[in-house]
Write a protein that binds this ligand. Structure first.
Ligand code: HH2
Length: 258
């Protein structure tokens, strides 16, 4: 999954695309480089970010989603808002990626059930603005698994098919670096919930903390190491900024694994 943030303020690639055309071109380049899914987002969820209204999110993302979907690419919409989900699905998006695991917007679960599309439920506590204060765990893997199981149950109760659900441990969301590391080690405990796992480690803060590399865009080597570790621990989908480099690393890893 290639990350395409059409935001002014994302932690790594905010403001990268000065126009709709450059964002569309970047989506095509990611697909050519090996991305099976292009994840389009119009709101930064970096720690401390302030919310973006759905109308603005729709304005930023819709032309990009429509163009990529019309060209035959598989697009996911990275949003917490049901209005944005509905507009994106109408424009051709095929997957919903919700960092709040459908907890933010009470309309979201019924919308996804009605549209019968796959959904990614990511673990977080609080909101991007408040999550740092919620990073307290006594047994991170058990607590994240239990909280994701509750979100899964809520989704299924709203009519979403179990086989339409993908789970995500939410690396860096309400997690300190040591939490992210332990959660990646114990990914099989999240996989035991029975859904495919998506993992997003690309350029994240724990890589900067360990490596001492302050600039997110300079964290490619650490991101590749973490991505391959996540695959080894059971990730099915990697959400990444650097698609060509990750695809090459994954191909070699798969060949060696046999
Ligand atoms: N991470 C980010 C955003 N969305 N979605 C899922 N499912 N998993 C993740 O780990 C995840 C996500 C944060 O990264 P990014 O999109 O690069 O930055 P920002 O939120 O600042 O736009």
């Amino acid at each position: 999954m290639g990350i395409l943030n059409v935001t002014p303020d994302s932690f790594s690639d905010g403001g990268t695309y000065p126009s709709v055309q450059t964002a569309i071109a970047a989506g095509h380049a990611m697909a050519q480089a090996g991305a099976d899914i292009i994840d389009v987002g119009g709101e930064s969820t970096r720690p401390g970010a302030t919310p973006t209204p759905p109308e603005e999110e729709i304005r930023r993302t819709l032309p990009v989603i429509r163009a990529l979907a019309e060209a035959g690419l598989r697009v996911s919409i990275d949003t917490r808002n049901a209005a944005t989900m509905a507009a994106a699905l109408d424009a051709g998006a095929a997957i919903v990626n919700d960092v709040s695991a459908l907890a933010h917007d009470p309309e979201a679960a019924t919308l996804i059930a009605a549209r019968r599309v796959p959904v990614i439920l990511m673990h977080m506590r609080g909101t991007p603005a408040t999550m740092a204060a919620h990073a307290h765990y006594t047994d991170i893997a058990a607590e994240v698994a239990a909280e994701l199981a509750a979100r899964m149950a809520a989704a299924i109760a709203a009519g979403i098919a179990p086989e339409a659900i993908c789970l995500d441990p939410g690396i860096g969301f309400a997690k300190r670096p040591e939490h992210s590391i332990e959660l990646l080690r114990r990914l099989p405990e999240i996989a035991a919930l029975g859904c495919p796992l998506l993992v997003g480690v690309s350029r994240k803060g724990f890589i900067g903390r360990i490596s001492g590399v302050a600039t997110p865009a300079d964290r490619l080597a650490g991101s590749l190491a973490a991505a391959l570790f996540a695959l080894w621990r059971g990730a099915a989908i990697l959400r990444v900024h650097d698609v060509a480099e990750t695809a090459q690393a994954v191909r070699i890893w798969q060949a060696l694994r046999g």
